[in-house]
Design a protein around this ligand. Structure first.
Ligand SMILES: [Zn+2]
Length: 593
């Protein structure tokens, strides 16, 4: 089949479509359920007679309550990502968001009370052993205690968020979903979606790549006023909130949420930037592989093989399945279910969100995977990545509950990137001829440079933007200048960029959706390289340790989870080790070329 035609997810596990009466019912009953919960527990958690049993019951009730909110929220969002042009879905998303905000306000007291339980009482409760499944959840929630406002203040923040931050995020999504491009290809004018246009960034035709890249980034430039407004407002909004809460830096809440020590992230980013020369070395090698004097920005994703052979969805599916099954039959069986039970939406169609994601709602529900499969090797890698996430969710769902099944952000990309390594292993073992090796090695290196070096550059830009934009309103040109400074640090003089590429900061949705998310990719990829090294040394003895790591979800500090597999992320060598693996791959590729 072409472009996974007909491979669409089945949302019936959630609801029977947008008009399912039980969807409307669930949204409407949310507030009542929250009020009931409030009536039962308000003031009880911090009361002197609170007991371990009461606290346990409250946590379990809270999980049930939150799940009843997540279901309609997931349905609305999945429908909307499936077709961003539908007014009906837009209205549904707005309705759910509104209900969820009111729901959040009714239940807000609970987290605040959990934060205010006196240390001594909590230690006594934990000592009973009854709260063990929630011990880490409580510990990490209490990291935020010094930065939490009073209940009425938190409620106002929540309500204002809907027409503040959330409104800007929605505007960004709805606006970019309307983007279409008219492009002349081989004498014929074609209308292209974002995914289809981005596919042309990987075309073997250099002129077409340049045309597509110019059109793509140029479109964002045409609307620079809107994008600099959206981004600038989100930055200012965050700065105001940081000040009110007493955070020391814009990235501090992300570190706390990730449970990533600031110094560890700093070391990781410094080691990464110190290895920028590897990226530049690769770009010069790639220019040679493409027979170009120098790489242009539009050539970064050009295929190195003369003709990239198509990989149908069926072939891609088989490759991914076998990669996981070859590591562990249990993993293979879980991936098989994703396809058999229609947890995945893979076809390309107008209005569908570009890119890819895996959405995990609750441990009682399976994950939902979205990809835009376009019959090439990259699509297969994207699928391996997202299915790695799905595997992670399924394993964590078995042993964790709603509050602890989502891996902390810095470990969230573990199974996904490891899944890509398993695919690489499978591909290299199958067809070791020179052409194929070149293709796979360069594709893998580009991937690592994309997830490690480029995401660190994104994070450095984002830090600069928050630093400057927190103080004063930045113009679109100022955003461009901050962008160019960090981009040029990464690539040096190894690439000639197109003028339109200065707008690329407005293309990256993470800056809008999930502030400072990008370093989690760097963390994930370098951590996976360390894990993969371990797997190569230990063989099958490694499999159960890795499985336990995934099943642990968010039940302990990342440092401890990493220690359990025998690694220490405090050390500079832990991070540098990843670059040694990369350098070996680069050496091999240079030899082959
Ligand atoms: Zn991912």
């Amino acid at each position: 089949m072409e472009k996974a035609h007909g491979v669409v997810w089945d949302l019936d596990d959630l609801y029977r479509g947008a008009d399912d009466p039980s969807l409307a019912h669930d949204i409407e009953s949310l507030i009542g359920l929250a009020q009931e919960f409030q009536g039962k527990y308000y003031g009880k958690i911090t009361a002197p007679d609170c007991s371990a049993d009461l606290l346990l019951q409250a946590l379990q009730d809270y999980e049930k309550l939150v799940e009843s909110a997540y279901r309609p929220y997931a349905m609305a969002n999945l429908l909307f990502t499936g077709d961003g042009r539908s007014d009906k879905y837009k209205a549904l998303v707005a309705k759910v968001q509104d209900a969820l905000t009111r729901f959040g306000n009714e239940t807000l007291f609970f987290a605040l009370e959990l934060q205010k339980i006196p240390d001594e009482s909590l230690q006594n409760f934990v000592a009973t052993g009854k709260l063990e499944p929630y011990r880490h959840y409580l510990e990490s929630l209490r990291l935020f205690t010094p930065y939490t406002l009073s209940e009425p203040e938190e409620k106002v923040v929540n309500r204002k968020t809907l027409t503040g931050k959330t409104a800007f995020v929605n505007l960004y999504d709805e606006f970019t979903a309307t983007f279409e491009w008219q492009l002349e290809i081989a004498g014929e004018t074609k209308t292209l979606t974002q995914s289809e246009l981005r596919e042309l960034h990987r075309s073997p035709d250099a002129a077409l790549r340049k045309k597509a890249k110019t059109a793509h980034d140029g479109r964002y430039g045409e609307h620079a006023l809107i994008f600099s407004n959206i981004f600038g407002n989100l930055i200012k909004d965050h700065a105001n909130e940081m000040e009110a809460r007493g955070y020391e830096s814009p990235i501090q809440p992300t570190h706390l949420k990730n449970k990533a020590p600031t110094e560890v992230v700093q070391t990781m980013m410094d080691v990464t930037s110190a290895n920028n020369s590897l990226v530049q070395r690769y770009c010069r090698l790639k220019a040679r592989m493409l027979d170009l004097p120098k790489l242009r920005g539009s050539d970064l994703y050009a295929p190195v093989a003369k003709s990239e052979h198509k990989i149908s969805f069926e072939e891609g599916r088989a490759l991914v399945l076998e990669s996981f099954a070859g590591f562990s039959p249990e993993f293979g069986a879980i991936i098989q279910r994703v396809f058999d039970e229609n947890w995945i939406d893979a076809e390309v169609r107008p209005g569908k969100r570009g890119g890819a994601f895996c959405y995990s709602v609750a441990p009682s529900l399976h994950p939902y995977v979205l990809v835009n499969y376009v019959d090439n090797l990259d699509s297969v890698y994207t699928m391996a990545h997202e299915l790695g996430h799905a595997l992670h969710t399924v394993l964590a769902s078995e042993s964790q509950s709603l509050l602890t099944f989502h891996a902390p952000l810095i470990l969230a990309e573990t199974a996904s990137v490891f899944g890509e390594m398993l695919l690489t292993r499978k591909l290299l073992s199958e067809d070791p001829n020179r052409e194929t090796r070149i293709r796979i090695l360069s594709s893998k290196l580009e991937d690592f440079f994309g997830t490690i070096s480029r995401q660190t550059m994104y994070t450095r830009f984002e830090l600069d933007a928050h630093q400057e934009g927190g103080q004063r309103r930045l113009s679109a040109d100022e955003f461009c200048n901050l962008w160019l400074k960090r981009r040029d640090e990464l690539y040096g003089d190894s690439v000639d960029f197109l003028d339109e590429e200065k707008w690329f900061w407005s293309v990256i949705p993470h800056f809008i959706h999930t502030r400072f998310y990008c370093y989690a990719y760097t963390f994930g990829a370098l951590f996976v390289l360390a894990l993969y090294n371990q797997f190569e040394q230990e063989g099958s003895a490694f499999v159960p340790k890795y499985r336990d790591l995934l099943a642990a979800g968010d039940s302990d500090w990342p440092a401890k989870q990493i220690e359990k597999v025998g690694l220490d992320f405090q050390q500079e060598s832990f991070w540098q080790g990843g670059f040694q693996v990369i350098e070996r791959m680069l050496d091999e590729l240079e030899g082959l070329v």
